[in-house]
Ligand binder design. Structure first.
Ligand code: PXG
Length: 304
């Protein structure tokens, strides 16, 4: 069933045909802006406040002055989600595929120079539509990954914590994955430690312990990552943030990726090496199940 996206720009609804931004928008001209990808399970915006908080933290680094407060941005997301249900005549409490929310804040309209002072007002765009889950077989058989020679941006350049509109490096890395028919590519940082994948965080399990690279190694502070670390803690799975090397990846007992779109997805091959037994590992499975359960209860209600 095709659905119609619900879209607002600076608080005003637009049809998909009329939802347009200017060619002078600096998000378009320079990638000058930030974004979030969020999921709605049932009527709950999963970790809505955490996503909005990260949006503002990304914006702070770029000195993007978001006109709205965090509460107002969350309200806007709720409003557009309700609008989606209304225009598509869908009862969200009746399950079905989750919704996907894309929140973008761009520097706004300026001139052809890159000086951000020429952009008087930031632009807030919220797009809501349904998202399909990935094929079941990814979650059963696990993904094949490769490493990429593209390094994660250095913290003294574009800090990797910033979820900016500039994904050129991630796209180059993704092309490396595509070329080898792999699902994803793994970035190293400028020091040679594993950072993350192009749109997901990475975890390994080694001798019963869950390990993920720290944010200071170039991992985006993923909301799914944060949730998985909390679930590990709650389920008594030893966990820590630590440097991860290429050899650690190859020798891991288990490996998985986390992200809003992918959720928790096993990895069974990296650069032609079989990871662990080559099958989805038990701790990975435990966390996949725990994560899905968490999405059923955790979140900001669209209808309060
Ligand atoms: N690392 C990077 C570089 C990302 O872009 C993640 C990790 C996972 O973070 P969350 O908070 O989602 O657990 C991301 C996620 C999408 C989409 O449509 C998501 C991202 C980028 C592009 C598209 O889900 N970022």
């Amino acid at each position: 069933m095709t659905t119609t996206p619900a879209i607002s720009i600076n608080g005003t609804f637009f049809s998909p045909e009329d939802a347009r931004v200017s060619v002078f928008d600096h998000g378009f001209l320079y990638g000058d802006g930030v974004f979030e990808g969020i999921r709605v399970y049932g009527t709950r915006i999963f970790r809505g406040e955490r996503h909005v908080r990260r949006l503002f933290r990304s914006a702070k680094v770029l000195d993007l002055k978001i006109v709205q407060t965090q509460e107002e941005v969350l309200e806007e997301i709720k409003k557009v989600s309700r609008k989606w249900a209304e225009i598509n005549n869908v009862d969200l409490s009746n399950n079905g595929d989750p919704l996907y929310i894309r929140v973008i804040v761009s520097r706004g309209d300026g001139d052809l120079g890159l000086d951000p002072r020429k952009c008087p007002q930031t632009k807030l765009v919220v797009i809501v539509d349904r998202i399909k889950l990935y094929p079941k077989e990814h979650y059963e058989k696990g993904l094949t990954l490769v490493t990429t020679a593209i390094t994660r941006t250095r913290p003294d350049s574009l800090p990797p914590q910033v979820k900016s509109l500039n994904y050129a490096c991630n796209i180059l890395a993704k092309m490396d994955a595509n070329r080898e028919n792999a699902a994803e590519a793994i970035f190293f940082n400028h020091m040679g430690y594993v950072a993350e994948a192009t749109a997901d965080n990475i975890f390994i399990v080694s001798e019963g312990e869950l390990i993920t690279p720290p944010v200071s190694d170039g991992a985006l502070p993923g909301i799914t990552r944060e949730t998985v670390l909390q679930l590990a803690e709650k389920n008594g799975i030893p966990n820590r943030e630590a440097h991860v090397t290429l050899a650690d990846l190859y020798n891991a007992d288990e490996c998985f990726l986390t992200g809003t779109a992918a959720r928790v997805v096993p990895v069974t091959t990296i650069n032609s090496r079989t990871i662990g037994t080559g099958e989805r590992g038990p701790i990975t499975y435990q966390l996949m199940e725990a994560y899905v359960k968490r999405t059923e209860t955790d979140g900001v209600l669209i209808y309060d």
